[in-house]
Write a protein that binds this ligand. Structure first.
Ligand code: CO
Length: 134
């Protein structure tokens, strides 16, 4: 079911400052900001040779990232995204094994224009997992 790590997401309080740290202090290539209204976030991707880092800033107080930043004011690792070849069959297997899929359980279109799902962290050792069909 699991393929490559597509990205690791870090929730950040101030997106511009986080992007500057990766670009200027760490010398990485960073993308332009992209607003994803459906997910309640603005994202910047840090492009690395073997994967990406997704910097997430909440769009507003209703964003799921806003609640995370209340508990972790300086930011923190939010989720890991793994690639999967067939998200519908992955979702079916996960449901059959009792794992909880967040939201309505149906894939949504993620930051790369591909279907994604999020899995309940309590079922995966406290890690929020995103699956992206690639
Ligand atoms: Co993600």
């Amino acid at each position: 079911m699991l393929g490559r790590v597509n990205h690791i997401a870090i929730a950040v309080p101030i997106l511009d400052e986080a992007a500057a740290i990766y670009r200027d202090t760490l010398g990485a290539k960073v993308s332009e900001p992209q607003t994803l209204a459906e997910h309640g976030v603005t994202v910047i991707f840090v492009e690395l040779p073997n994967t990406k880092i997704e910097l997430l800033e909440p769009l507003d107080e209703a964003s799921p990232i806003a609640a995370f930043l209340e508990r972790n004011p300086s930011g923190g690792i939010h989720h890991i995204c793994y690639e999967t070849p067939d998200i519908a069959s992955a979702a079916e297997k996960l449901r059959a094994s009792g794992a909880r899929i967040l939201g309505d359980g149906k894939p949504k279109i993620g930051a790369h224009g591909k279907p994604v799902l999020f899995l309940h962290p309590k079922d995966f050792n406290g890690t929020l997992i995103e699956l992206e069909e690639v």
